[in-house]
Write a protein that binds this ligand. Structure first.
Ligand code: UD1
Length: 418
């Protein structure tokens, strides 16, 4: 089992470039089976979730190629199977997005209940309810979900919650349906806009992404495309919080400040200056920051749940008390107990965590319990006094390229062992 060893206390100096967004790339890979022609995705991150998705596509009969420069090519002309392999689907929640795209392409799909981080229940009832509204027959037995869209037709659907995955799945399920489908109460995340842009570049007619009503006008077929996904806002936000915690001067390249405006709004201006310019964000941080009194996760453009754990690490060394409310996933405070091993003072009660800022954190042996929680521990270790050891970093590998290769370029003392 690999682990990170981090000696904390160094200020950051230099530039880190952000790759394409994990949550876009995974969806676009699923969407790539909507055409028989080649799809080329540029600047994809070298992370294990992308590996898993490519393996799943391979098992379904697609040919995939991944170059060192981050280019991924998918040729799904040989797509032959509609059954997503159980073992791989359990590793990766995004495999559920193949439901919409496989149904559109092959008229049938079989999936198992998906996996991903253990951060709460993560049901898929909204996905399935929407598909049923489209006239898709769904049978559930022995943990499998069998879908048949022989009699599918466009519909006007209201989502119970603005679920990112359900919005994306339903858009993909509608692209070939005759007429205009209307999706209401959609998620507004930038990754949804990216999916719309990607599909429209392939010849689809999707409108309204970024707002709550999305329309999909059915087309006969889609063609191949070469596309560069949006930068990963969560990775950019993680680097920004890292600079705030460690101090120093960091340039975050290939980043979109607007996509993390809810984070930037919560970073104290007096001690941490942030200047977005073109596709870069300049961060200059000095001294101890004031604690943010309240942080509440919310659907986009609210504060992202995927940056909650990293923000908790920052609050754990800020001056004062911060109350963090997690509104999206039920069990997303598991990292609090690990941060406490490093000297943080955090009390969790249900969906609320109270973080009383400590003067400093100390190196300790801690365990990553999920992807973003793992990133939070890396940040805490970078800012701590002494040496930390972080176990179970396979969680971190799901969404961050090897941090032991990336972070030393800006002064972090980190190595990977095992
Ligand atoms: C996506 C992101 C994930 C992010 C999350 C919220 C990907 C691959 N993952 O996950 O990183 O943390 O958005 O921004 O893009 N819900 C239901 N029923 C459903 C679907 C969702 O009740 O059928 C609930 C969930 O339990 C959760 C909320 O809706 O409370 C939001 O989930 P959703 O937006 O669907 O998240 P994901 O698409 O799984």
């Amino acid at each position: 089992m690999s682990k990170y060893i981090i000696e904390g206390g160094n200020r950051l100096r230099g530039e880190l470039d952000v790759k394409g967004a994990k949550n876009s790339v995974l969806t676009l890979l699923a969407a790539s089976v909507l055409t028989e022609e080649k799809v080329v995705l540029r600047n994809c991150p070298n992370i294990s979730d992308v590996d898993t998705m490519l393996k799943i596509l391979g098992k379904l009969g697609c040919k995939t190629q991944r170059d060192k420069d981050g280019t991924v090519i998918i040729d799904s002309s040989g797509l032959s199977s509609y059954k997503i392999p159980c073992d791989l689907a359990k590793e990766l929640r995004s495999s559920i997005f193949l439901l919409g795209s496989l149904l559109s392409r092959l008229k049938r799909a079989r999936v198992v209940y998906p996996g991903g981080c253990d951060i709460g229940l993560r049901p898929i009832d909204i996905h399935l309810a929407g598909l049923r509204e489209l006239g898709i027959k769904i049978g559930e037995k022995h943990g499998h979900i069998d879908c048949d869209c022989t009699h599918a037709r466009c519909a006007d659907i209201v989502l119970d919650l603005p679920s990112v995955g359900a919005t994306e799945n339903l858009i993909m399920a509608c692209v070939f349906l005759d007429g205009i489908s209307v999706l209401r109460n959609c998620a507004k995340e930038p990754e949804i806009v990216d999916l719309q842009n990607f599909l429209n570049a392939m010849g689809a007619k999707v409108r309204g992404a970024g707002g709550s009503v999305i329309t999909v006008e059915g087309v006969k077929s889609l063609h191949g495309v070469e596309y560069t996904p949006i930068p990963d806002r969560i990775v950019a936000g993680t680097y920004l919080i890292g600079a705030a915690m460690c101090g120093g001067e960091l340039v975050i390249g290939n980043a979109c400040a607007e996509h993390i405006s809810s984070l930037i709004a919560k970073i104290p201006k007096s001690t941490c200056k942030i200047y977005p310019r073109d596709d870069k964000i300049f961060v200059s941080s000095e001294g101890r920051h004031k604690a943010v009194p309240k942080i509440e996760t919310m659907y986009y453009p609210g504060f992202p749940t995927d940056l909650q754990a990293q923000m908790m690490a920052l609050q754990s060394i800020s001056d004062g008390t911060s109350v963090i409310v997690e509104n999206i996933f039920e069990t997303r405070f598991k990292t609090a107990s690990q941060l406490c091993k490093m000297g943080a003072d955090i009390t969790v009660s249900g969906s609320t965590a109270v973080v009383r800022g400590a003067e400093r954190l100390y190196g300790a042996q801690v365990t990553a319990t999920d992807l973003r929680g793992g990133a939070s521990l890396v940040l805490a270790a970078m800012a701590a006094q002494g040496v930390s050891e972080i176990d179970d970093i396979h969680h971190i590998d799901r969404g961050y390229e090897d941090l032991a290769e990336i972070l030393p370029t800006v002064g972090v003392r980190i190595s990977r062992v095992g």
